[in-house]
Design a protein around this ligand. Structure first.
Ligand code: RTP
Ligand code: MG
Length: 155
């Protein structure tokens, strides 16, 4: 049995159109794999405007909301669901601060972004947000339950 302190969660993470265009898909997925998280959902999506509006609905009153929605719809997005211990909070740490000016250079945004409106990657900001966003972007059958096996694929 898992210890009570082990909180296995799922989060929704998206590689934004700027990063897809710049060829950063592999870099970003690699960081999550190497950290120890498990990929349970993955697809390339060209978001519709309603999807982008719903995704960022909390920010509807912000002056940058229209351009934010337009940006998310401007090209393909890699939608991902990652699973693992404390993945919601840890993914946010791996992304770094929203504004690349403030994100540590060891983070994804700190390493690859220079503009707050083109900050490469998204990840849910809380467990409840993750549940909402996973349901928004994925159908239940698109999420795959699996457990890593031994070295049978090599030997
Ligand atoms: P995200 O949702 O994309 O993961 O980003 P976040 O949680 O770090 O930041 P959030 O407050 O949710 O804002 C969503 C996206 O809006 C853009 N933004 N622009 N011009 C501005 O001051 C400003 N503030 C936020 C960013 O692209 C941010 O990722
Ligand atoms: Mg956010």
């Amino acid at each position: 049995a898992l210890p009570l302190t082990c909180r296995v969660e799922r989060t929704f993470t998206a590689i934004k159109p700027d990063a897809v265009n710049r060829g950063l898909i592999g870099e970003i997925i690699t960081r999550f794999e190497r950290k120890g998280y498990k990929l349970v959902g993955l697809k390339l999506v060209r978001p519709t405007q309603p999807l982008a509006e719903t995704h960022y609905a909390e920010l509807a009153s912000k002056p940058f909301y229209p351009s934010l929605v337009q940006f998310l719809c401007s090209g393909p997005v890699v939608a991902m669901c990652w699973e693992g211990k404390d993945v919601v909070r840890t993914a946010r740490k791996m992304l770094g601060a929203t504004n690349p000016l403030e994100s540590d250079p060891s983070t994804i945004r700190g390493a690859y972004a220079i503009d707050v409106g083109r900050n490469v990657v998204h990840s849910s900001d809380a467990v409840s947000t993750a549940e909402r966003e996973i349901a928004l972007w994925f159908r239940p059958e698109e999420l795959v339950e699996w457990a890593p096996t031994s070295l049978q694929w090599i030997y």
